[in-house]
Design a protein around this ligand. Structure first.
Ligand code: SF4
Length: 443
């Protein structure tokens, strides 16, 4: 029977420390009761408290951890159908397949390439989350060990034969790989293997009905950490992912209450990239693809980054003085807001200009320049206060200050009320910054 907020509250620490992101333990208890939060979101709950509540308060979609020894990846414990209802919690991971047909040398080289596939976007590093190694080679254990040695991310062991998977799992059991995948033909054997090794198991069925039946069988054999597996089949897969999520969240239907993995099988790398992004946006916890080309990976990762951004929390950077390049006492000084996208656009264009500069970032609660102005989050007075607190004038010997072209109205007030004698109106758009800065110091 579902627990009430008060029953849950009784087992919480009642310190109102706010580490769960909510103002009080009572507010947290009410959200757990409403299945909008998981008990594990409170980092301070005691083991006894967890035990007392765990079954009744178990999240509708189980949290599954893949990996060990410092290389881990988590999926599941999602609480909403739509991001605007709260947020999506655990970003989709991109897994890259390492085919069994590759020699050891080529498999190693592919894994190293995957390791190096990193991108920086809006100040965050984007990278592959998992390495999916096909183990049905002449020596499954050796292939698993090779992947474990080379890969910087957790592993998925791919195969259908229980003996090959058993050898591979036993070779790297401490790394808690995900076994991929069980179906109607092997679910008992693979579930026993997963339960014995305490590793997660992916389960696939020909339709949702069979899938629910197979997760029940796997659970009966002791496998707890399950992942629903789908093979990308356009619209039908999106429907299945949506129905499974709805059944878990809205009906508390436990047999489908697990995170999901979508294996993308497309006729071309272009299509694979597109489908990877589509399934990342619509409920896949993992998308398994074949390609490692940057042009294929980046669109999927950008989709994940955007979909999994908390819509209630603007992306911000710290409001402080940033140095781009190696500026000196003659370098230009400008300001912008602490909205990540704005800051990184400005910083990126300053970098591109090859003119080292100082950027003073003003706290606008995560709003861009015009929105901040319209919302009364920025004023000439606030800019002057910020640059004074950041001691910007100590860094340069000139007194020229560049302001965004969208806020020319600040010019007179900054000149009148600060030590910045010459306020220069900069470009309206970040992309015009390089040409603008080339003229420094003769602006
Ligand atoms: S983190 Fe735990 S102890 Fe702290 S306020 Fe939230 S529920 Fe209470």
């Amino acid at each position: 029977m579902a627990l009430t907020g008060m029953q849950i509250y009784k087992s919480l620490p009642k310190t109102n420390c706010k580490d769960c992101g909510l103002p009080t333990c009572m507010a947290f208890a009410m959200q757990v009761a409403a299945k909008q939060r998981a008990l594990t979101d409170c980092p301070h709950i005691s083991e006894e408290g967890k035990e007392a509540l765990s079954d009744a308060s178990a999240p509708p979609i189980r949290l599954v951890k893949i990996g060990g020894n410092g290389k881990t990846f988590e999926i599941g414990q999602e609480t909403v159908m739509f991001r605007h209802e709260e947020k999506f919690h655990r970003p989709t991971g991109v897994a890259v397949r390492v085919p069994a047909s590759l020699s050891d040398a080529d498999a190693g080289a592919l894994i190293e390439r995957a390791n190096k596939s990193t991108f920086t976007r809006v100040g965050k590093e984007l990278r592959i989350a998992l390495c999916a190694v096909e183990v049905e080679t002449s020596d499954p254990a050796a292939r698993a060990k090779l992947a474990a040695d080379k890969s910087e991310v957790p592993l998925i062991l791919v195969g259908g034969k229980a003996d090959a998977l058993k050898a591979a799992v036993e070779a790297i059991k401490d790394l808690k790989p995900l076994i991929y995948k069980a179906d109607a033909s092997n679910v008992e054997a693979l579930a026993e293997l997963a339960a014995a090794a305490k590793v997660p198991l992916a389960v696939g069925g020909k339709d949702l009905e069979e899938l629910a039946d197979l997760t029940g069988k796997a659970k009966d054999k002791g496998a707890e950490d399950l992942v629903l597996s789908f093979t990308a089949n356009g619209g039908q897969t999106i429907r299945d992912l949506t129905v499974a999520r709805r059944a878990a969240l809205r009906k508390q239907f436990r047999p489908l209450g697990y995170p999901s993995l979508v294996e993308v099988q497309a006729s071309s790398p272009d299509l694979e990239g597109i489908l990877g992004g589509v399934f990342a946006a619509k409920y896949a916890g993992i998308v398994l693809i074949n390609g490692v080309e940057p042009w294929e990976l980046l669109p999927i990762m950008v989709t994940v980054q955007d979909v999994y951004t908390d819509p209630q929390v603007p992306n911000t950077v710290e409001a402080k003085l940033y140095e781009i390049g190696s500026p000196n006492e003659n370098s230009p000084v400008m300001f912008t807001t602490n909205f990540s996208l704005t800051y990184f656009s400005v910083a990126g264009e300053v970098e591109r200009s090859k003119v080292p500069a100082y950027i003073s970032v003003v706290d606008t609660e995560g709003l861009g320049v015009l929105n901040a102005y319209a919302g009364d989050k920025i004023s000439a007075e606030k800019v002057v206060k910020t640059v004074t607190e950041q001691k910007v004038s100590d860094k340069v010997k000139h007194r020229k200050f560049i302001i965004p072209g969208l806020l020319p109205i600040f010019r007179a007030e900054i000149e009148d009320t600060s030590e910045w004698e010459e306020v220069i109106i900069g470009p309206e758009s970040a992309r015009e910054i390089p040409a603008f800065l080339q003229k420094w110091p003769n602006l």
